[in-house]
Design a protein around this ligand. Structure first.
Ligand SMILES: *Cc1c(COP(=O)(O)O)cnc(C)c1O
Length: 429
């Protein structure tokens, strides 16, 4: 399979070159040139086996092709269970059983295993990540202790939950975490500035683990395909998915899995008060909005970077895209109410992100929708204990991997919101 830019002004590219480049040279995002459905999408016994089957055509001709099965075994070493909820046809797809208790573990671990397999002996690579919480922790966990890599995390001080902050600072070794005196946008600006700094690039090998990379997008197809196949085998029907959405990476992966012939039904985007997508899907022209801080902080995105990719997957046809996908905005008061009532109504305690999707499911059922649906649980509620615990009136104990990380000392360093300060930190060993 070859890849092209959404902007169509770069040559057709192999997966290896697309992974190395991150963003296409014309500023666009890489998408598969053609997407043929796999001849027969047979259910596989494990998530790793499903990933191997789906990713094999993407990595045809890649230097990673022979290593792909081992990469998948490593990246998908923990399950993504599809569990029934209290209501008929209602399910939850739990993506929080990895080391940092959020779905970003799958793709970060795949990317780390892939970059390790491609590593040469020409010195260390610095991975610079700006994070609003979950990405940085997943990337840190995935690269921690890997020879040949150093990770530098930038996160906005005071804008992530206390447990999220600890999850960013608990690594040490080849991982450095900086709490930046600024916003997430400041962190992103600093990361972009150092990645574009020619003088620094001459002295250090720098790369990002940005969510627009194909290395983050493609691995996320696997859990949709696996859950869909399980549902089909058990009930004879293909489930739809309600996806908590920020930058649209996770939902784009669901669309790609569907195009490859996996049993993935309708896709609904659950957004927080950042409503650029709900406005567009409601019929307005697409327009980026200023970012608003909400309880579902990992979805606080005013300009979803994968929108360009999603539109391209529909041939730029807005009517076709709007006919295929629905997006709903859920405000903070509704997120609170959904968390408070979830145990009694559905039998689970959701994180604030998952709560947006749970609310959308409730709305579908109120309107008489009888199709099978899976709510995608993107993080464990214990990661957001300061929000969730007062609402449910009980302690939410962290899962074992997160508890291990919380038990280790934190090693964060303060950094001004200034690219020059970051440059100096990167040069200072
Ligand atoms: C990153 C994240 C999201 C949003 O995912 P996108 O791929 O950016 O749409 C949702 N929930 C949680 C917990 C996240 O960490």
């Amino acid at each position: 399979m070859n890849f092209v830019s959404t902007r169509g002004r770069t040559p057709t590219t192999s997966i290896d070159d697309a992974l190395a480049a991150g963003l296409a040279h014309d500023g666009g995002l890489y998408v598969p040139e053609t997407l043929a459905a796999l001849p027969a999408f047979a259910p596989q016994p494990t998530l790793a086996a499903t990933a191997q089957r789906l990713l094999a055509p993407c990595f045809e001709g890649s230097r990673l092709r022979d290593a792909l099965d081992a990469l998948c075994d490593e990246a998908y070493a923990f399950d993504a269970p599809l569990r029934p909820l209290a209501g008929p046809g209602d399910h939850v797809l739990e993506l929080f059983h990895g080391p940092t208790a959020a779905f970003k573990d799958y793709a970060a671990r795949f990317l780390a295993a892939a970059l390790s397999a491609l590593r040469d002996d020409e010195g260390d690579t610095d991975i610079v990540v700006a994070t609003s919480g979950d990405t940085g922790a997943a990337v840190a966990a995935a690269f921690h202790g890997r020879p040949g890599f150093r990770v530098t995390i930038l996160y906005p001080q005071g804008r992530v939950s206390p447990r999220q902050a600890h999850g960013l600072e608990c690594w040490g070794g080849n991982v450095r975490a900086f709490r930046v005196a600024g916003s997430f946008d400041d962190c992103q600006r600093m990361a972009k500035a150092v990645l574009a700094d020619a003088d620094l690039r001459a002295r250090r090998r720098l790369t990002s683990a940005n969510s627009i990379s194909l290395g983050r997008l493609l691995p996320q197809m696997a859990y949709y395909a696996h859950a869909g196949a399980q549902h089909l085998a058990a009930h004879g029907t293909v489930p739809g998915f309600v996806v908590p959405t920020g930058n649209l990476g996770n939902a784009c992966a669901a669309v790609l899995a569907q195009r490859m012939g996996a049993p993935v039904g309708p896709i609904v985007l659950a957004c927080n008060a950042n409503d650029a997508l709900p406005r567009y899907f409601g019929g307005a022209d697409y327009a980026a909005q200023p970012t608003r801080a909400t309880l579902a902080n990992a979805m606080d995105v005013g300009a979803p970077s994968n929108f360009e990719r999603l539109r391209h997957l529909f041939g730029g046809d807005d009517a076709a895209l709007r006919a295929a996908i629905v997006a709903v905005s859920v405000d903070d008061a509704t997120i609170r109410e959904t968390i408070r009532a979830a145990q009694a109504r559905h039998g689970i305690v959701p994180c604030p992100h998952t709560a947006t999707a749970l609310h959308v499911l409730e709305t579908l059922r109120e309107r008489g929708d009888a199709r099978p649906w899976a709510v995608v649980a993107t993080a464990h509620p214990a990661k957001f204990e300061t929000i969730v615990e007062p609402l449910v009136g009980a302690a939410v104990p962290p899962p074992p991997a997160l508890a291990d990380c919380l038990a280790r000392p934190a090693h964060g360093e303060a950094l001004p919101a200034d690219a020059q300060a970051l440059r100096e930190a990167l040069l200072d060993d």
